[in-house]
Design a protein around this ligand. Structure first.
Ligand code: ZN
Length: 381
């Protein structure tokens, strides 16, 4: 069992605001209300302590793919993201054939049961060929509710989210099915109109998969999915804040319009995250990563990111100039709520898992704790 610790003197970001000269008490694997007797005191003056990050859309990292890697490789990918502050990660798959995806769901569900990942996100195959991004066109299919059901059944209670193009035949019925089964229906890789998107939200869709990316642009007479997703209080919008997927002004527009409570920063990371440039496979498609930007070898579509959430945090505060507490909400509380896990993770409140990140004054990562154990020992120098 992890020893007790008190992190003292930090700027601590709590749901109620920022506490200067704050303390975080850790007893075993959890956050405690008061300092445990005999706790090790760690002086974290001039640093921030924020909740561990929660990534609801992530395809891999550390050279490993959640869609095709072995168990060992998947765990390596999970560990890579933990080193960058992501203490809770949902494993995302890319489009594959139904049999292969069901098999993958079985394997990932075991890792979810063990607590290594926080469930499964299926991105594809129920997406639009017009907005396929880095998904194999020949494997795409309409969202037939019977097939959607097969996939989530194969995940044995560990399916957390399915991204689908809700305008396709069977789309709305599939959204209803997912909502009934307690799985997030996410609108994405879609060619829907504004009206079609509203219909899907009314049917129970609650997330916009990487808003702006892989959907029609915001037109003045055809506002499309972006306007419908941004304006509706029931929807949380995912944003990839890597400086490549979104122009900073688009990010600002979304953040300010949706409000800090309705944004989830995601990585949409692929194998190269935390690893390096080179050639990779994304499902069956070949990807070239150069200068940290992943593109399909054929056609040049952006193919996921090499982002880690510590960089998303730093960008959001230092480049986008967003308030720290809003960034923390978008990286921890909001995605934790979406997953139905806010009772355990997503904020630094007593009783929750001791998942936290230490950042220096420039928002560089200086320590990561998960369930009371250091993943990255604090280096505070
Ligand atoms: Zn993705």
């Amino acid at each position: 069992m992890a020893a007790s610790k008190v992190l003292a003197g930090a700027r601590v970001v709590l749901p109620t605001g920022i506490v200067t000269d704050g303390r975080v008490n850790v007893e075993g694997t959890r956050i405690a209300g008061t300092a445990p007797a005999g706790a090790e005191i760690i002086d974290v003056r001039d640093h921030w302590v924020v909740p561990g990050f929660v990534d609801i859309h992530n395809h891999g990292g550390g050279g490993a793919s959640f869609t095709s890697g072995s168990v060992e490789e998947i765990l390596q990918g999970v560990h890579t993201h933990r080193l960058h502050g992501t203490t809770t990660v949902v494993a995302s798959t890319v489009t594959g054939d139904m049999h292969g995806l069901a098999e993958r769901a079985g394997l990932l569900s075991e890792l979810a049961e063990q607590g290594d990942i926080a469930g499964i996100h299926f991105e594809g195959p129920f997406i639009s060929p017009c907005r396929k991004g880095a998904h194999s066109e020949e494997l795409l299919r309409d969202p037939d509710p019977a097939e959607v059901r097969k996939l989530i059944d194969a995940a044995r209670g560990q399916a957390r989210m399915v991204t689908l193009a809700t305008e396709l035949p069977g789309g709305i019925d599939s959204v209803r099915l997912l909502a009934e089964r307690g799985v997030i229906a996410a609108i994405g890789h879609t060619d829907a109109t504004y009206e079609q998107t509203r219909e899907a939200i009314d049917a129970g869709a609650t997330v916009a998969t990487h808003l702006f990316n892989a959907m029609p642009v915001l037109g003045h007479r055809a506002p499309g999915p972006i306007a419908a997703l941004l304006e509706d209080e029931r929807v949380t919008v995912e944003l990839i804040n890597d400086g490549t997927h979104l122009h900073p002004a688009s990010l600002q527009l979304a953040f300010h319009h949706a409000g800090a409570d309705r944004v989830a920063f995601i990585t949409d990371a692929m194998d190269a995250a935390g690893f390096g440039d080179g050639r990779y496979m994304l499902g069956p498609l070949e990807v070239e990563v150069a200068d940290g930007v992943a593109r399909l070898v054929e056609g040049g579509s952006i193919a996921g990111s090499t982002l880690t959430l510590d960089r998303a945090f730093q960008r959001a505060v230092t480049i986008d100039k967003l308030p720290v507490e809003d960034v923390v909400a978008a990286l921890a509380a909001n995605p934790a709520r979406l997953l139905g896990a806010y009772d355990k993770v997503g904020s630094l409140e007593p009783g929750k898992d001791a998942d936290l990140v230490i950042l220096d004054a420039g928002f560089g990562l200086k320590g990561v704790m998960r369930k009371g154990e250091w993943v990255v020992e604090p280096h505070l120098g």
